[in-house]
Design a protein around this ligand. Structure first.
Ligand SMILES: Cc1cc2nc3c(=O)[nH]c(=O)nc-3n(C[C@H](O)[C@H](O)[C@H](O)COP(=O)(O)O)c2cc1C
Length: 247
C-alpha cells in the first residue's frame, strides 16, 4: 500500500497493523514472553532487522512528544570496541563510573531489597554458582560486558537536563524495543551494568556534553539450550500494587 499525503495518518496506522498481523503475536503474549535473555546464539542479527525494530519502537509515547532519547547500536567491530573498553576500564577501576546516577538507591529497603536478592539467588542457583563463590559471581557479572554473547548491543542516551519523567519515557522506548524484538523471535536483556563505564562510553561515542548513557541492551537470538534462559522472575499480584476504586 502506498502512502499518499492525503491519507498519511491512516496509512501509518495501516502499515503498523500490517506489521502486527505479519508477526501474529498478541501484545499480551509478547509482554509475557519477554524475559531477560542472558545467553545468545552465535548468530547475527541484520541491520535491516534492527532498523525494523527501531522503526516500530519509535512510536512509543513520551510526554509532550519530546522523544527524549538517543540510541547507539553496535555490532561487529563496533561491538567488540565497547566490550574491550569496558574490560579495560573495569580492570583499572572495578568500582565503576556510575556515581552520577547510581544503579540502585543506596541501602535498598523492603520490599525492593528482598526482590533484588531473590532474583539474584534464583539466577545463581540456575547457573550453579554458590553464594560464597565471589570470583565465579564476578565472572558472571562480567558477561554483561560481552552482551552475554549477543551480536548486537544498544545504548540508551538521554540529555542530562531531562527530569524523572523523561527518563521514564526513555524506558517506554526500551520496553517497546524489547517487545518488538520478542515478536520477531529475538531476545533482549536490558543492561544497566553498562552504567559502570558510562563516562568512558560517553567519550568513546563522542557524545555531547549534555548527554548521559543510561543503559545498555543485548539483542540477539536466545540460546534455547541455556539454563540461565529458563529463569522466570516473580511479579507481585495486581492487588499488591494497584488499588481499583469505583467499579
Ligand atoms: C533498566 C534495566 C536494567 C537492567 N540491567 C540488567 C543488567 O545490567 N544485567 C542483567 O543481567 N539484567 C539486567 N536487567 C534485567 C532485570 O534483572 C530483569 O528485568 C528483572 O529481573 C525481571 O526479569 P525479566 O526481565 O526476565 O522479566 C535490567 C532490567 C532493567 C529494566
Amino acid at each position: 500500500m502506498g502512502v499518499s499525503p492525503a491519507d498519511g495518518g491512516r496509512c501509518i496506522c495501516a502499515a503498523r497493523f500490517r506489521l502486527v498481523s505479519l508477526d501474529a503475536m498478541h501484545v499480551d503474549d509478547a509482554l509475557k514472553a519477554r524475559i531477560s535473555i542472558r545467553s545468545f546464539l552465535d548468530k547475527p542479527v541484520s541491520e535491516a532487522e534492527v532498523r525494523q525494530i527501531l522503526d516500530v519502537a519509535r512510536w512509543s509515547p513520551s510526554g509532550g512528544n519530546l522523544q527524549p532519547w538517543k540510541v547507539r547500536v553496535v555490532a561487529g567491530a563496533a561491538r567488540q570496541a565497547v566490550t574491550d573498553l569496558a574490560v579495560s576500564v573495569l580492570a583499572q577501576n572495578p568500582a565503576g563510573e556510575s556515581e552520577e546516577h547510581p544503579i540502585y538507591p543506596p541501602k535498598l529497603w523492603e520490599p525492593y531489597r528482598s526482590r533484588r536478592f531473590k532474583i539474584g539467588e534464583d539466577m545463581y542457583a540456575l547457573l550453579g554458582i554458590p553464594r560464597d563463590d565471589k570470583p565465579a559471581r564476578l565472572q558472571w557479572v562480567a558477561r554483561n560486558y560481552q552482551f552475554f554473547g549477543a551480536p548486537v548491543g544498544l545504548f540508551f542516551i538521554i540529555d542530562r537536563g531531562m527530569g524523572n519523567g523523561q527518563w521514564a519515557h526513555l524506558g517506554m522506548l526500551m520496553q517497546s524495543i524489547a517487545l518488538a524484538a520478542t515478536a520477531r523471535g529475538l531476545g533482549t536483556c536490558m543492561q544497566e551494568s553498562w552504567a559502570m563505564v558510562r563516562k568512558s562510553l560517553h567519550a568513546h561515542f563522542q557524545l555531547q556534553d549534555r548527554d548521559v548513557v543510561y543503559c545498555g541492551m543485548a539483542l540477539g537470538h536466545p540460546d534455547p539450550e541455556s539454563s540461565v534462559n529458563t529463569l522466570r522472575s516473580d511479579r507481585a499480584e495486581v492487588d499488591e500494587f494497584a488499588m481499583l476504586d469505583g467499579f
